[in-house]
Design a protein around this ligand. Structure first.
Ligand code: 4AD
Ligand code: MG
Length: 464
């Protein structure tokens, strides 16, 4: 068998018939009788299977018996034109090696459809289903497209720390990082935890965002981005929140809020177009099996101008709509996803960028408007998702930033490095954060964020 080189199934399906080939993969189904058997084989390289035809004269029933759904095999044979519909070529098997069997009595992925909840419990096996194969191939393609977009435009990928002493969003939903003995925590004389004996000699946490460090990058390298895991200990059990999620955060010197909006719109359209151009088979499968409106929605986003609207005007529209919301609307409220989706899905029928939010519902670092009430924030709102991007122009004025931090009762002592940016050679700059899994929800049509990351972390759940 090893005399020829294995081809992946995506390669085989694009190969002309007439070659002796070697394929390896997992059995999806086997059907037939003692004269002829048909095995659908998949190796993860594509959503499509290759059909393996085994004739009774070459393979006994006994030999093929353990070749059941989930078993792993290698097949050597002739690649021939397929008389059946659905594929151009199939393998006429000459030799089969069984690597591993999968007992039908216990292997959980039998032919019948399974609920997403059940598949979440077997997250170690769910990538072998068509749906999750599609999702994780698209996840890879989007990660690649993100790096390509930035590299092609002169951005530098900056690795920002995951363990940090600062709360980038000032929201306090952070996971502590400590090596202190929790059964015997050292205390100071006034009874507080003595972090000076902790690993880093101070209180540290997992980061909620790489933005503050990315700002340092923008103010030296000009255009940077981060792309890494971020952590939020918010107790949000929703289909759109994870405790560990990946975020893409570009930061650009000299961009104002309008440049930032143009950039965010261009970026996200590029990514959706990339998926349409490069993930056609996977998207076609998801469009058929998961969400019949998926392809249409993706097409519509790339071919429309996003609406740009102030928060205040958005609030007016919601109030005038007369629609019943679970959370009542008035100027000053933090928008819930029901409000965001009303604007996007019911009122405008396309993505919306909301700007100029009340400063009290946004982070301390956002540039303050002259009205004293609002900041140059921008949230990009998407159909089915709500907020997919959050960003802003940053406050570049040292005094204004210090005043805002004092107003909010923040401890400036650990933030001198951040304030130094405004002290030495300050400049306008802007950036945003795109939630990678929210992007994937949109691109795949999946309904729950737990199903677009291989191993989801949510309140009370950290399996695998
Ligand atoms: O709006 P957020 O909190 O903004 C920031 O963290 C800024 N530092 C970004 C920046 O300006 N550089 O988060 C940004 C995005 C949200 O729009 C959302 O897509 C995603 O991150 N996000 C989450 N995704 C999954 N689970 C969660 N718990 C999320 N929280 C935010
Ligand atoms: Mg936000």
């Amino acid at each position: 068998m090893s005399d020829i080189k294995r081809k992946t199934i995506v390669e085989l399906l694009g190969t002309d018939p007439g070659e002796t080939v070697l394929a390896k993969g997992w059995v999806r189904t086997k059907r037939g009788n003692k004269n002829i058997s048909f095995i659908a084989l998949n190796d993860g390289s594509t959503v499509n299977n290759i059909q393996v035809v085994c004739e009774g004269k070459d393979f006994s029933e006994d030999f093929l018996k353990p070749v059941t759904t989930g078993a792993c095999i290698a097949v050597k044979g002739e690649l021939v034109e397929s008389p059946g519909s659905g594929q151009n070529v199939e393998i006429h098997a000459g030799e089969i090696k069984i690597y591993g069997t999968a007992d039908p009595a216990t292997y959980p992925l039998q032919k019948k459809g399974h609920s997403m909840e059940f598949l979440r419990e077997i997250a170690h096996l769910r990538p072998r289903t068509n749906t999750f194969g599609c999702v994780f191939r698209i996840r890879h393609a989007m990660a690649y497209a993100i790096h390509k977009y930035f590299n092609d435009r002169g951005f530098f990928y900056l690795h920002t720390p995951l363990i940090t002493g600062s709360d980038a969003e000032g929201a306090g939903d952070m996971f502590q990082v400590t090596t202190l003995d929790l059964n015997n925590v050292p205390k100071t004389d006034d009874g507080r935890i003595d972090y000076s004996s902790d690993f880093f000699g101070k209180h540290t946490s997992l980061t909620v965002s790489g933005q503050l460090e990315a700002e340092l990058g923008a103010m030296s390298l000009g255009k940077v981005y981060t792309f890494g895991p971020t952590f939020r200990a918010e107790n949000s059990n929703t289909p759109r929140h994870l405790a560990e999620f990946w975020m893409i955060e570009p930061e650009v010197a000299f961009n104002d809020i309008n440049d930032n909006m143009d950039f965010a719109e261009d970026f996200i359209k590029y990514l959706v177009r990339y998926a349409l151009d490069n993930c056609a088979d996977d998207l076609a499968f998801l469009n058929k099996m998961i969400d019949k409106g998926l392809l249409e929605r993706l097409q519509s986003v790339v071919s429309t101008d996003f609406v740009r609207l102030s928060y205040g005007d958005g609030i007016d529209i919601l109030i005038k709509s007369g629609a019943k919301f679970e959370f009542p609307v008035h100027w000053g409220v933090d928008l819930q996803s029901e409000h965001e989706r009303y604007l996007v899905e019911k009122h405008f029928g396309k993505p919306v960028i909301l700007t100029d939010y009340p400063k009290d519902i946004k982070a301390f670092y956002m540039k303050q408007n002259l009205d004293g009430k609002t900041v140059r924030a921008m949230d990009v709102l998407f159909p089915k998702i709500g907020e997919i991007i959050g960003g802003s122009e940053r406050e570049e004025d040292l005094k204004k930033l210090e005043n805002r931090m004092e107003e909010l009762g923040m401890d400036k002592s650990g933030m001198q490095w951040y304030l130094d940016l405004r002290r030495y050679g300050t400049a306008p700059h802007s950036g945003f954060g795109l939630g990678f899994e929210r992007l994937l929800l949109f691109v795949t049509g999946m309904a729950n964020i737990r199903d677009v990351i291989p191993f989801p972390r949510t309140p009370k759940s950290a399996e695998f």
